[in-house]
Ligand binder design. Structure first.
Ligand code: ZN
Length: 314
């Protein structure tokens, strides 16, 4: 019930934008892109940013490839947090550890923890959009293996969530917390606790698929679009006032026009059933189906309610 809302606006552009979406976030004019020639012509690069921005797809899909962790002068990150996460992944892949001796909303200085090691990256706020750009980068190390040993401290929940994000796109369930621990150990040689892996999984799922709150908030717009494009359909949405002044979802009912117009031709059987919804908001999905002349199931209507109580059935 919740998922189709997101799919409705994305399918046509998402696949086309995917290969070049990274370029519009991380690539800036004049800076050679390391992924040059990977199926993206210059014309498509220029045409797609507007499309991606319009649907907000850039943030959702641009970062699904974490492998590209190169740091170079001129590279742009979408935020300071993103910059720190990418630096952490860069460092974990290269088995060293950095600290940030200077950090403010407008700048970030990262230095290798090694005593006297010259590795440093300096990034500054680019504009009002919050993007950060690398201005200086010295990527040479002089530190010892001993000084680098604490690189696993960079594996915070956010960093792991970012790394795992790509594994939750387009599939129902990504890796479990246990699988995430194994991936972190195998690929990054970092041992993380089960609890940290579990929180990282929640973060990755939110990033990849959107939050449940976000999906629920799209229901009114989705139903309005359905009604305008689906002749004869009946839908109904009830919400209550929340304490903070917003609206809180209560019931939702959908019967498509095709279901309504097909109902008179069905056999005289209507099956009504309900099932509990998983997820933190719970609730029940109710459905009504009939049987057609060929003994096949014919869906009539769906509803999402808080629970199977008398009010909801009415
Ligand atoms: Zn170093």
């Amino acid at each position: 019930m919740v998922v189709p809302v997101l799919h409705a606006s994305i399918p046509e552009t998402a696949n086309a934008a995917r290969p070049v979406a990274r370029r519009l976030v991380f690539g800036i004019p004049g800076i050679p892109n390391t992924q040059e020639g990977a199926g993206s012509s210059s014309s498509s690069t220029e045409a797609l940013p507007e499309v991606a921005d319009e649907f907000g797809v850039d943030t959702a899909l641009a970062d699904i490839q974490y492998e590209e962790d190169e740091i170079y002068v001129g590279r742009v990150f979408k935020s300071k947090t993103d910059c720190k996460i990418k630096l952490a992944i860069h460092a974990m892949n290269r088995k060293f550890h950095f600290r940030t001796p200077r950090s403010s909303p407008a700048m970030l200085l990262a230095q290798c923890v090694g005593n006297g090691c010259p590795w440093r990256v300096y990034a500054v706020l680019l504009d009002a959009s919050g993007k950060f750009q690398v201005r200086q980068a010295n990527l040479i190390h002089s530190c010892t293996v001993h000084e680098r040993r604490n690189y696993h401290k960079l594996a915070t929940t956010q960093v792991i969530g970012e790394i795992m994000q790509s594994r939750f796109v387009g599939i129902k369930r990504g890796p479990t917390a246990t699988a995430i621990r194994k991936i972190m150990l195998d690929e990054f040689h970092v041992n993380v606790s089960y609890w940290k892996a579990w929180r990282a999984r929640e973060l990755a799922m939110d990033h990849a698929m959107g939050t449940m709150v976000g999906s629920y908030s799209l229901i009114p717009a989705y139903l309005a679009l359905l009604q305008s494009s689906n002749e004869g359909m009946t839908c109904f949405l009830e919400s209550t006032d929340a304490e903070d002044g917003g609206r809180r979802f209560k019931y939702c009912f959908v019967a498509y026009g095709a279901s309504i117009s097909g109902y008179p031709s069905m056999r005289k059987v209507v099956v009504v059933d309900g099932t509990s919804l998983k997820g933190k908001f719970g609730g029940c999905l109710l459905s009504a189906s009939a049987q057609d002349g060929n003994f096949q199931v014919f869906p009539l209507a769906f509803a999402v309610v808080d629970s199977e109580n008398d009010d909801a059935w009415e």
